[in-house]
Design a protein around this ligand. Structure first.
Ligand code: ATP
Length: 418
């Protein structure tokens, strides 16, 4: 049995979401009814099936900062109407993008990146960097989770692989912390793997271009021999082992950290970094620290972690719990036997499977076997497995490709329940 993963064209953004004005379908009366119903449902939390991270979550206020201006007896009614509209608009936007939230007083989603400036005073240089990178519209997780962090709330965000979670934690950090003060490290980003930490550092530098942040990657050398008292660092990206080492042996001070991010938190657990995470959380002793957790899947371990390190977090979930990205088309083929798998694969190649194609198998032995079979069929194929050296694989490729492969493997592992 093989699982084929093929990228699909991303669906276009709904018109009303782009404009920020959405009307429920149907007649005017029906619209009114819908409006009432939606208005009502939008003030109660959208409970996501299977999620139980934060005990209760009854009220959600999606009112923008702008609508909470000074109270004035004469216009109380119009303010209430404006608030109801805002709530409805936020609710429609969330539904359009498959965003589920729970928590109290959740800020409204972003309709566009420009709102980062109008609502949160984002520096124009940072916005320019966004558009320079080709980021025109926020992705669903960005729409909802960026305002959560910008309004000073803790956030637990779960969204499929490749949905743009990195920007969700990097951008608020870049908007909120003051660069180059003498306060030491202000943001810590924990990543499960060195390659991911390096990639996140690179992305952070790209987003911060033109602003004078000290952004540092915790390398092996730095963790072992860094002079942390003299080090200038605003944002520190690290794997748990290296950071824990620097804390224990090199007396790195994290007591002024304002933002702590655990990226790919499901992976952090799978790899058994619980002790190191504990030590980092303890070292980040600033009482007003804002923690956030990001994950593509939501196993119990991550729920447990979220409960233990965050208290009043807003949960933002895009899609269904542990579901695959909607941009991935999945097809299950029953092949019957081992031989049948190869036949089915050959048939797929003959009918519809157009290269480039990635094939994942259970073990390196199976990878080698399949590789031989494909070579025998005169299919231009290559093989990657753990017996190959870095030189054989090619140093450059696996760093960028590795992330995609890991993500895809994660989905496949989940699919098979392994
Ligand atoms: N708003 C956007 N518009 C266009 N591209 C974007 C946007 N946000 C992110 N991207 C791009 O989408 C890709 C995937 O983003 P990212 O790596 O942040 O996903 P992720 O959710 O963190 O995935 P993973 O679960 O694997 O960590 C990156 O190449 C990133 O540059």
């Amino acid at each position: 049995m093989y699982l084929y993963l093929q990228p699909k064209e991303p669906p276009p953004l709904p018109e009303d979401a782009r404009k920020g004005e959405a009307e429920p379908p149907g007649s005017p009366e029906k619209k009114e009814k819908n409006r009432k119903r939606k208005g009502k449902s939008s003030v109660s939390a959208e409970i996501v099936e299977g999620f139980s991270v934060f005990g209760c979550s009854e009220s959600v206020s999606s009112v923008r900062n702008s609508s909470s201006g000074e109270a004035d007896g004469s216009n109380t009614h119009s303010k209430e109407v404006a608030m109801a509209r805002e709530i409805e608009r936020a609710s429609i936007l969330r539904k359009k993008h498959g965003i589920h939230i729970s928590g109290y007083n959740v800020p409204a989603p972003l309709e566009s990146f420009e709102e980062l400036s109008s609502r949160y005073g984002c520096k124009s240089k940072l916005l320019q960097n966004l558009s320079g990178l080709g980021f025109k519209e926020p992705t669903p997780i960005q729409r909802k989770a960026i305002p959560v962090l910008l309004s000073g709330r803790e956030c637990f965000a779960c969204a499929p692989t490749g949905s743009g979670k990195t920007l969700v934690f990097l951008f608020p950090i870049l908007m909120k912390i003051k660069p180059r003060t003498k306060d030491g490290v202000k943001a810590v980003i924990l990543c499960p793997m060195r390659e991911l930490a390096a990639q996140t550092t690179r992305e952070c530098k790209k987003l911060a271009k033109g602003r004078k942040f000290y952004i540092k990657l915790m390398t092996k050398e730095l963790s072992r021999s860094g002079d942390f008292e003299k080090m200038h660092c605003d944002i520190l990206v690290s794997t748990p082992l290296r950071l824990d080492f620097a804390l224990r042996k090199r007396k790195l001070n994290l007591s002024r950290v304002e933002y702590l991010v655990l990226d790919e938190s499901d992976k952090l657990f799978e790899l058994g970094f619980v002790e190191q995470i504990d030590s980092v959380v303890k070292a980040c002793s600033n009482p007003s620290i804002i923690c956030s957790l990001f994950s593509a899947t939501l196993p119990d371990s991550v729920e447990e972690l979220a409960r233990s390190i965050m208290h009043d977090a807003v949960r933002v979930i895009v899609g269904r719990k542990n579901s695959a990205s909607e941009l991935i088309k999945q097809k299950l083929v029953f092949a019957g036997s081992e031989k049948g798998k190869l036949l089915a694969l050959r048939q797929s190649f003959a009918e519809s499977l157009n290269p480039p194609v990635l094939l994942f198998v259970q073990s390196k032995e199976r990878a080698k076997e399949l590789y031989k079979e494909l070579a025998f069929d005169d299919i231009k194929a290559d093989v990657i497995h753990a017996d190959l050296t870095q030189q054989q694989v090619g140093r450059e490729e696996p760093v960028e490709l590795g992330r995609q492969l890991r993500s895809t493997l994660k989905r496949i592992n989940h699919f098979y329940g392994t």
